[in-house]
Design a protein around this ligand. Sequence first.
Ligand code: KG4
Ligand code: ZN
Length: 358
Amino acid sequence: KLGLKVLGIETSCDDTGVAIVSCDRNILADALHNQAQIHLANGGILPPVAGYHHRANMEKVANEALSAAKLSMTDIDAVAATVKPGLSLSLEVGTKYGVFLSKRYQKPFIPIHHMEAHALTARLIDERVKFPFLVLLISGGHCLLALVQGVDSFLLLGKGLDNSPGEVLDKVHRRLKLRNIPELQNFSGGHAIEVMAEKATDRFEFPLQIRANSMVSCDFSFSGLLTNCFNIIATEEQKYGTSADGVIPSAPNLCAALQYAMTSHLCRRVEKAMIFVKGKQMIPSNNPSLVVSGGVAANKFIAKALNAVCDAHDYHLSVPPPHLCNDNGVMIAWNGVERLRENLGVLHWNNLDSVTIS
Ligand code: KG4
Ligand code: ZN
């Protein structure tokens, strides 16, 4: 049973990922094709373009994973694929390919929920993460806070009501023209803002614009931060102009203010959730875990602040390494392992007509 191997397929957005993970926590292969550079040229993800590149790479990435692990499909015990949520033109590629492999090699098929997979990844690399635990997912596409009670048992405590944190960082990054700064050229929006913020000399006046009604839950709102940044940038440009690369002189201070405001909002919501689950006795009192995942989890300033919140409330902070926080096949394969062990939603290869994407 320990040697059981699951092949996982991820194609919910713009990453074509195939990985093989065993029940004893070994990552036997991790193949990934990323479309980021292609979509950059289009100014964003066009779903038909994403679908086209998934189709063009699907089989190649799968074969890459199998040969990296020195395995053939006959050695695999089950196939798992992301079926929701995501772009349908992307999801259908991985789902169809997974169903095809499952039928052709007579292997069980396990449909995977992308968010469940993000939340469970930490358990692959950190044995201290036991059910129930809190999870904060922060990326370009998601923002949510949940209590994970079991493999398929989630209690949603808070969700993003508008822009996701990664989206805000990326939009401010573009508006600030930070890509024109040579040493930041190849950085993601969030990473460039993190580096700029370290050069701050002062903090901007930055009113926290969080809607009053969101105080009743652990929901998130970041649209006010975005408006705020755009307003400040316009004013600064008018008052002081920009340097030759088009960047305002106060960019580091603005980045620091944005990062601080975002961190503070995240920490408040996490703290509120900790107090709520403790009050309801939904989590053990002896050092439970907070898992932070998603692309924005790579931010050291945010991680440090969340670590302080964890210390204050006696939580263990678990942040998977960036390559496991982003979209990848490993998290899908691992979710498959977790489901296979408990026989949750494992489908027979003769019975896959009901598999739908959403
Ligand atoms: O999970 P992810 O790869 O994918 C999507 O959700 O699409 O997250 C990407 C996001 C981007 O918005 C990027 O700017 C952000 O993660 N990001 C960061 C950092 N590195 C990447 N945000 C803050 N600090 C970082 N160091
Ligand atoms: Zn994701």
